[in-house]
Design a protein around this ligand. Structure first.
Ligand code: PMP
Length: 362
């Protein structure tokens, strides 16, 4: 098959959080709690569930390939024009489409070495060269160093804000300074998958930040609780979205996902309540980890960082007992575990189990 082996055969696969079913099978357990993929533990808005139930009988038809109702809803929600939107099967696909649209062989994509891992995978798949810039303090994007890494070959720059997996956040003033230091024609993706969790302090990046090549990417997977539906979107200048939309597959947003997202966007009360609960629980988890001397850093999303020299043992012990954290070894952070914020009961279970495991390790 020598002829069939693509130039990109060195691609490494994305390793998702371990699904509950996999752990149950591996360990012969009857119950497990997944705290590994930054999902919303409360489920989606009841209105989104009702909308999907109502629409389910229509799945013999193709979905609206332009997702008109969702575009109308998003355009009105963000006060932008419909032609400034790019919709994707999760924001992963949005990122992939954007990187494939703007970067190819001979081009460079700049990101932080502990930035969200999909930037590297998408750049590799596009045949572009990844430029991975070390963090300022091991966790925070070094925006000055990233700006220095931009040259005439740079086509796309990616900044996750808040970042996953490090949970760090740059304020809009810092981001605007960064944007001002870049060439005007570089596409800069500010990936705001966790925006809703910081919305009250961060301001409205869609309108507060400016750069001709600016792309703001958001998702329905986190605060909206629709990870399984796969809906993400980007807002950018219409020139950018017009190009990217040519690389988008027809019907990339399925029919149930479209109606669920419209209903979820409309249920503001539900989202705000979940965000408040998440932020309160995140603080509680961080205080508990801090008390144990294990806090890996302050996080601004729906997850916390645990730092411990024996993370391999910790991971195994959690999994043996039916809790699934996320190891961060693929990010070069072998002494960190990322724990998604669960419901209050799930977080209590996690903390109790942590105390038992730590006692055993001594
Ligand atoms: N960006 C960041 C920073 C993320 O953490 C994630 C999810 N882990 C995504 C994008 C992709 O999310 P989705 O494809 O579910 O929208």
């Amino acid at each position: 098959l020598a002829r069939a082996v693509p130039q990109t055969s060195g691609l490494y696969p994305y390793v998702p959080g371990k699904p509950v079913e996999t752990l149950l099978r591996e360990k012969g357990l009857s119950r497990a709690v997944k705290l590994a993929s930054n999902e919303n533990p409360y489920g989606p808005s009841p209105k989104a569930i009702a909308a999907m139930q109502h629409a389910a009988a229509g799945v013999n038809r193709y979905p609206d390939g332009d997702a008109n109702l969702l575009k109308d809803a998003l355009a009105s929600f963000h006060h932008v024009n419909r032609d400034q939107l790019l919709l994707g099967n999760g924001s992963n696909e949005v990122l992939d489409i954007l990187i494939r649209t703007f970067a190819g062989a001979g081009d460079e994509v700049v990101f932080s070495s502990r930035g969200f891992i999909v930037y590297a995978l998408a750049a590799q798949a596009a045949g572009a060269t990844s430029v991975s810039v070390p963090e300022a303090d091991g966790l925070t994007h070094d925006l000055e160093a990233m700006a220095h890494a931009v040259n005439e070959k740079t086509k796309v720059v990616c900044v996750a804000n808040p970042n996953n997996p490090t949970g760090t956040l740059h304020g809009n003033d810092r981001l605007q300074d960064f944007l001002d230091s870049l060439p005007r024609d570089v596409v800069v993706i500010i990936d705001e998958a966790y925006y809703e969790f910081v919305a009250d302090t961060q301001g409205d990046s869609v309108h507060d930040l400016s750069h001709p090549g600016l792309v703001i990417s958001r998702t329905f997977s986190k605060a909206y609780g629709l990870a399984g539906c796969r809906v993400g979107y980007a807002i950018a200048d219409a020139e950018i979205t017009a190009l990217a939309n040519r690389y988008r597959e027809p019907f990339n947003l399925n029919l149930l996902a479209q109606v669920a997202a419209v209903a979820a966007l409309d249920d503001r009360e539900w989202v705000m309540a979940r965000v408040a609960e998440n932020n309160q629980e995140r603080q509680r988890l961080e205080s508990a980890l801090d008390g144990l001397g294990l806090l890996g850093g302050r996080c601004f999303g729906n997850f916390v960082l645990l730092r411990h020299a024996q993370c391999g043992e910790l991971l195994r012990s959690f999994e043996d007992r039916g809790i699934i954290p996320r190891p961060l070894a693929p990010y070069g952070m072998a002494d960190y575990l990322r724990i998604s914020v669960g419901t209050a009961d799930e977080n209590n279970e996690f903390l109790q189990m942590l105390n038992v495991i730590l006692a055993e390790l001594q």
